[in-house]
Design a protein around this ligand. Structure first.
Ligand code: FAD
Length: 473
């Protein structure tokens, strides 16, 4: 088979890789993208973890389960009778698969539109000669001067509790449970654990989340974490902090977890299914980095500098396989920046304004520094907070949990962090990201006209609260 020559070859078709490939093609490079993900029929399914077993399918299930909970618990408040509401889990999972396929097909369409050559199969280094890299692309051979690695990450295994995707589930199995389990255990109370726990709790499972850390949502602002813990408890999520797992034993139809609770007392939990969500590890399986001397760190991540350059000339790496937060939008931004740097432009990723979102109900979203970080760093700050309870749109929606909290520099008034727990926090945070990217002051946001009635008025009011002059609270 003949060798195909490209300017840029991208390995991995997740958000980091497919976006890098499209941007490189837009910039005039002859570009290929290699991705090995297979759909149920063995065909291509580009989009990576995010599209296939991550962001997209989890949000599809969160939406379905939220509809179910609304129909059961909240329709009556609106005068709507919905007796005997049932959930067809198989149909819900089928809908999720359709949403995933629409995204897979969308990426294949975008490759065609942008003239990106797509190879379905594994990409691996063969060697390098005169600054040109030779790679396997499935059954074919390709060469390029520039290689972008975007091979993502895999779920971290808990020693002694290997995934079988039947009883002990990674994110993959957690998104394919065929019937609501009566009892569900989750090890790890991070984003994935909370989102998956919420889905199955809403559908009727008794959910226990075991977390090793003594603090809940340690990365979030403390006031948000405190509010979230209160609300999730009320919803029926049993979140136990500071636990130490002793053993995980599989039975025929159940899993037994032996652990020490925060006080050191021995406990046993028996569940129908167990989700293990204790983080993710960078993935370079099959990449054959040794063939070219590509440097990895002790965690298995590809070593890159601030610009995503590896130790090899012309080889870049982006997304979950490198340092930094494992988020799809971070991977995308790095992908764009790398393509632009290959073109000699000044690619830009501002780590200080990357938003974080947890799609529970209420949603949680933040950008910038937390109050505890500002205190630790000795930065003088002012804080303003506005509750959704005092927001007209939230009342009309019937969803008044939570607040918007804004942190601004005490002297310059520059916005340093915004923390939201409440309805549509995932959408509201965009205004804060924009404001921080443009180095806005709290006063700037306070003086911008926000539509009434809208949830975004809570952000404006939080900005007013920084200067102790809220109008509606
Ligand atoms: P990936 O998306 O992992 O893509 C890597 C691709 O490379 C895969 O298709 C893989 O098959 C392919 N590949 C690997 N090695 C090779 C090889 N040698 N040859 C060919 N192909 C190869 N992030 C968010 O921002 N928002 C969310 O709401 C969110 N929700 C999530 C929910 C869950 C349950 C999970 C697990 C993750 C979630 N994430 C979310 C994280 C997000 O999915 C990742 O940060 C993102 O997918 C990383 O993108 P990536 O391009 O680096 O890698």
């Amino acid at each position: 088979m003949s060798t195909k020559n490209f300017d840029v070859v991208v390995i991995g078709g997740g958000p980091g890789g497919y976006i890098a490939a499209i941007r490189a093609a837009q910039l005039g490079f002859n570009t290929a993208c290699i991705d090995e993900w297979k759909n149920d029929k063995g065909g291509p399914a580009p989009g990576g973890t995010c599209t296939n077993v991550g962001c997209i399918p989890s949000k599809a299930l969160l939406q379905s389960s939220e509809h179910f909970e609304h129909a059961n618990k909240h329709f009556a408040e609106h005068g709507i009778t919905a007796d005997n509401v049932q959930i067809d889990v198989a149909k819900m999972i089928g809908r999720k698969a359709t949403v995933v396929k629409q995204n897979n097909d969308g990426i294949l369409y975008l490759f065609k539109k942008n003239k990106v050559s797509f190879f379905h199969g594994r990409g691996s280094f063969v060697g390098a000669k005169d600054g040109v890299y030779e790679l396997k692309a499935g059954e074919e051979t390709v060469t390029a001067k520039h290689v972008v690695i975007a091979t993502g990450s895999n779920a971290r295994q808990l020693p002694g509790a290997e995934f079988d995707e039947e009883l002990i589930l990674s994110n993959d199995g957690a998104l394919r449970i065929g019937a609501t389990p009566k009892t569900l255990g989750v090890i790890g109370s991070g984003v994935i654990g909370l989102e998956m726990g919420s889905v199955w709790r809403r559908l009727g499972a008794e959910v226990t989340i075991l977390e090793a850390m003594p603090a809940f949502l340690a990365a979030a602002d403390e006031s948000v974490a405190k509010e979230a813990a209160k609300v999730f408890k009320k919803q029926g999520l049993d979140i136990q902090l500071g636990v130490k797992i002793a053993s995980v034993t599989k039975g025929k139809d159940s899993v037994t977890i032996a652990y020490a609770d925060a006080k050191g007392a021995e406990q046993t939990l028996v569940v129908d299914k167990l989700i293990v969500s204790i983080g993710r590890v960078p993935n370079t399986i099959g990449l054959n980095p040794e063939a070219v001397g590509l440097k990895l760190d002790e965690r298995g991540a590809i070593v890159v500098d601030d610009e995503c350059k590896t130790n090899l000339p012309g080889v870049w790496a982006v997304g979950d396989v490198v340092r930094g937060p494992m988020l799809a939008h971070k991977a995308e931004e790095e992908g764009v920046a790398v393509a632009e740097r290959i073109a000699g432009q000044h690619g830009h990723v501002n780590f200080a304004t990357i938003p974080w979102v947890i799609y529970t109900s209420p949603e949680i979203a933040w950008v910038g520094k937390t109050e505890q970080q500002l205190k630790a760093e000795g930065v003088p700050y002012k804080a303003g907070q506005f509750p959704f309870l005092a927001n007209g749109r939230a009342r009309a929606l019937g969803d008044t949990t939570g607040f918007v909290k804004m942190l601004a520099h005490a002297q310059t008034d520059e916005v340093l962090g915004v923390h939201i727990i409440g309805p549509m926090a995932s959408e509201l945070i965009a205004e804060a990201v924009m404001a921080m990217e443009f180095k806005a002051s709290a006063e700037d946001i306070a003086r911008i006209c926000h539509a009434h009635p809208s949830l975004s008025e809570a952000t404006k009011e939080a900005a007013l609260a920084v200067d102790k002059r809220t109008l509606n609270f």
